[in-house]
Design a protein around this ligand. Sequence first.
Ligand code: GDD
Ligand code: MN
Length: 369
Amino acid sequence: MTQAYKLFMLRFFWSIFLISVVVPTYNERDNIVELIRRIDNALVGIDYEVVVVDDNSPDGTADIAEELSRYYPVRVIRRPSKLGLATAVLDGVRSSRGEYVVVMDADLQHPPEVIPKMYEELIKGYDIVIASRYVVGGSISGWSFTRRLISKAAILIAKLLIPKARSIEDPTSGFFMFRREVLEGINLSPKGFKILLEVLVKGRYSRVSEIPYTFGVRVRGTSKLSSKELINYIKHILILTPYKTLFKFLVVGSLGTLVNLGILYMLRYFLGIEHLIASALSIESSIINNYVFHELWTFKDRRLGSWLVRLIKFHGSTALAVTTQYITSQILHYILGVESITSQFVGILLGFIVNYILSTRFVWRKSKS
Ligand code: GDD
Ligand code: MN
């Protein structure tokens, strides 16, 4: 089916709108009226709908929104309890019918007057437009130093671990607009607050634009962003990152080093065992420790065939890694004249890479299916 034909059918049978504005709400009774009024003003002459997704707010936000639907093109989705911002946005997007979808907060920190500018960008051919606090012309009013720092740190983490967020200045924005096709048929599983990251990683798009806006002060009601959301954010990033296996491998490797040193300490100073033997036992303990964690965590869905074969192969992999480390360190030090610690460190890095490659390709292979 061609795109134009599909659109025609949709318009005809399902009264499609030009723009859908998805607004998640939780206890926003004091903001919702002004929000809808300002959206209506900003979108005058445009065929739009507002989808309010309310999580059974105790303050009766949903009833007020329902009341507003008598005067404005507003639809209310009532969910039974506080199920979270990201899933609220998702439910709203799913039930929306616009060719273009805007996601924004209800508390007026996202000024509705920016929507027409975002729409213009989409018309120019962009697929996603992000209202951004961090491009030239954008800003934040009324944030403490700590909140600014947390925001910057969150963005840094996203850029490090999610390649698709790298070219974007404000990948944690909660205010963005996109063509319906970007998410059509795509399975999202958002956690916590940051639905935009999910869209950037899984969506179907080629061009993203950011336009500046000023993140306003919340005049009425309170923020729902708690420290719990920070943990959710990290969890979400770890789900989205393509470096998950590498990350786990690093964590287990570091743990193994601690085990290695810890056991050595015990054997030497509590049991008085000779260094020659204690050292060997510690190394073996750390290999077994790493093996167990890789089996149960890093590669838990790659356990093909016999565990004993993997245990032996992992010993082989580790032995090769250590050899690589040793040879690299000697070459750097004796032939290239590099200082000891640096030589050893580069050796460790190369050894790690060897171990990682062998472990993922040879010890814990991906199943073909
Ligand atoms: N339905 C529903 N369920 N809505 C919720 C929930 C929930 O559990 N939690 C929050 N909301 C709604 C609020 O009512 C508000 O409309 C919007 O989501 C944002 O919540 P705030 O509590 O105001 O968040 P914030 O101001 O700290 O952070 C916002 O702005 C940041 C900067 O753009 C969020 O949009 C962040 O995602 C964004 O990064
Ligand atoms: Mn807010």
